[in-house]
Design a protein around this ligand. Sequence first.
Ligand code: CP
Length: 323
Amino acid sequence: MKHLIDISDLSYEEAINLLDTAEEMASTQVRAIKKLPTLRGKTVVNLFYEDSTRTRLSFEAAAKRLSADVINFAAKGSSVSKGESLKDTALTLQAMGADAVIIRHPASGAAHRLAYAGWIDCPILNAGDGTHQHPTQALLDAMTLRRYYQADGSSPTQGTDLKGAKVVIVGDILHSRVARSNVDLLTLLGASVTLVAPPTLVPVGVETWPCKVVYNLDQALCEEPDAVMMLRVQRERMTSLGGGYFPSPTEYHREYGLDLERFKSLRPETIIMHPGPMNRGLEICAEAADSPKSVIVEQVNNGVSVRMASLYLLLAGTGENHV
Ligand code: CP
């Protein structure tokens, strides 16, 4: 593969290779000197049309730890605000000699368009496009899960998958590129996924996804999942229907929040995940977010390794072994 746009583009072997490579990258990040010379002389562009903390910073850290030069482009404050198109921005980056472009964009399909329109000739990495995909988020989630979920309780060995793992993903599925990407990747790796959401926050066509959908969180938690992934309520995308996707934040928290009572009912082995940023008190209570069962900070940490692996495989790999 030339780009990383959509989890459904990955084969099982490619996904495992990415996770194994991320583990190799992680092992280099505990050294005193974290920097590797692998991408010396390459220029990586962070092209962000939407706000981001974790993804933008970790892609930047990943590229720099591989010795690439990084150009950060935020649409705010650029000529995008003067009406410049994605095409003209891409042509500008091509003229500047970008070796890879990482794009976050509010429009679903923007990363695919950038990759295949012929405007720019370099690997494109999707850092989140609309409600469509966020592949490196799913990969870092899978890496985190793989570290916790091993049938024999050991740390992950190369080539292992998530066969038998039970993952419950809760919340605003409708607007979540994280949920879509995770359903694709976790099921590719053998996990079973249950989605939980109010009916108003479930996308049309979800019955075709390779997962179960339920509307009652307590029912889903009774199945003793290995991981509970709480999703951010994306209020900034809830502009249609006058924002009436649920009656009130209090009601949402009562029905779909990981509150103290539900948190205490989880078995000791169950891990709590969240892609961030969190709405504390809405989808997750502070006690759960800050508990030892929470792997939210580890997810962020693994994000750097996954993004190093993605850049490495796309830019430094050769032939058919690309991501
Ligand atoms: N998980 C995630 O994409 O976070 P950011 O929006 O901060 O990048």
